[in-house]
Design a protein around this ligand. Structure first.
Ligand SMILES: Cc1ncc(COP(=O)(O)O)c(C=O)c1O
Length: 418
């Protein structure tokens, strides 16, 4: 799948990064006396002023609990919350609004599928296919299901570039395969997986696929109907929205057959001590008071990204990735881990003779924020035989001169450890 349209590639001037940066107050910060260079966007991205303003407006003049009262504020909050759901629906091109469930984040969405689908439809001797590239949040919930149900997890290996072995993937299917859990983009390496083909392979065998879209939704156009995925999970806080909100998309016929993960208010039609009747989807999966402000904030973030154009976002980030990859590749003693042909704007690297945490600490002294550690993807670290990596992850508001700052700061680290 191409993440950038030809028109955008031919006209990169359509995106004005300096104008975009002016929308992000936090980017004006100085850290240790140096301008902040924020390259930890894969962990959480920053929030533009229109989203901040939207949150303030909600709290100042629209807040009440939703779905429960007939007074003005409750009706206003309900209609804004449901409008946010429709914005998400359009953003990922879901066929139906009821396929969009508000969760607290990607982790919550995957747990919802593991408990609501996995615990109901996976039994002893069944198999779940995952990949070496998964974030822990797409491993641990499945291990919990597998342990409880005496099921087995089978793992798709990766090559030395950090790409999935798609042929081996095809061979892992058996008559007992019940689900595939697959990251759209790897958070540790940036690999963009060939998910459309992999979904088709699973569907030929009648197996549903859950995509972990935490690192894809912020960086490219997502079309769940075109992908034909059965579930798609992502987080608001990686998408210039608030923390505490995320999305689980699910095909309606699957969501209908699933059991709710959490019980409580709002997810029911009627309750007595003899019997409870569950609400219709998506409400069946939204027990209790949801993060109303955060959902509306996510809607505003989607408005912002849509106005910017996801094609422009992807094109600018691709330029940053190319520029950073070329510069880092020219540095003696620095090795990029994860060199897949299809990559999102993430560079994992190791500096010879320097522990990643020391690299991170010294970069911070230069105002450069990167992530160091195992990135909640320990199987990837084990595959590359490293305890941790340094990870620079870019967003559309990063600039070429920030790439230069990163490179200059890594040179300083090398000089300190010479
Ligand atoms: C690929 C991937 N999956 C899942 C998650 C978990 O997201 P959250 O912590 O927002 O639930 C992350 C977060 O870094 C991620 O990168």
């Amino acid at each position: 799948m191409s993440v950038v349209s030809k028109a955008v590639l031919q006209d990169p001037r359509a995106f004005d990064v300096e104008r975009v940066r002016a929308d992000f107050p936090i980017l004006e910060l100085k850290v240790n006396g140096k301008p902040l260079v924020f390259l930890d966007n894969a962990a959480s991205s920053q929030m533009p002023q229109p989203v901040i303003d939207r949150l303030v407006r909600y709290q100042k003049s629209e807040h009440a609990n939703i779905h429960r009262a007939v007074h003005y504020l409750s009706e206003k909050a309900t209609s804004e919350y449901e409008a946010a759901r429709r914005k998400v629906q359009r953003f990922i091109n879901a066929a139906e609004e009821r396929s969009v469930i508000f969760t607290s984040g990607t982790t919550d969405g995957i747990n919802l599928v593991a408990h609501g689908y996995g615990r109901k439809f996976i039994g002893p001797g069944d198999e779940i296919i995952l990949t070496t590239l998964e974030h822990h949040s797409n491993i641990v919930p499945w291990q919990m299901v597998a342990q409880e149900k005496a099921a087995t997890i089978r793992v798709v290996p990766i090559n030395d570039r950090g790409e999935l072995d798609v042929e081996e993937y095809g061979r892992l299917f058996t008559a007992r395969t019940k689900l595939v859990g697959l990251s759209h983009v790897s958070n540790a390496l940036g690999t963009i997986n060939p998910v459309k083909e992999m979904i088709a392979t699973a569907h030929e065998r009648g197996v549903p696929v859950l995509l972990d879209g935490a690192q894809a939704a912020p960086h490219m156009t997502i079309d769940v109907q075109d992908l034909d995925c059965d579930f798609y999970a992502f987080s608001g806080h990686k998408l210039c929205g608030p923390t505490g909100i995320g999305i689980l998309y699910g095909k309606a016929e699957l969501l209908e057959r699933m059991q709710p993960f959490k019980g409580g208010g709002d997810m029911i039609l009627s309750v007595s001590f003899e019997k409870t009747t569950y609400n219709t989807i998506p409400h069946k999966f939204e027990a209790g008071t949801p993060p109303i402000a955060a959902a509306i904030g996510l809607g505003a973030a989607i408005d912002y990204l849509t106005a910017l154009g996801m094609d422009h976002v992807a094109a600018h980030e691709l330029e940053l990735l190319d520029c950073a990859t070329q510069q880092v590749n020219r540095m003696p003693g620095v090795r990029i881990i994860g060199t897949a042909e299809q990559k999102a704007a993430v560079i994992s690297f190791a500096v010879e003779g320097v522990h990643p945490h020391d690299v991170g600490t010294l970069l911070n002294e230069e105002g450069v924020a990167i992530r160091t550690g195992h990135h909640c993807a320990q199987p990837v670290m084990q595959r590359f035989k490293v305890p941790a990596t340094c990870r620079a992850s870019f967003a559309f508001y990063n600039t070429m001169s920030e790439v230069d700052s990163l490179v200059a700061a890594i040179r300083k680290v090398q000089n300190v450890f010479k």
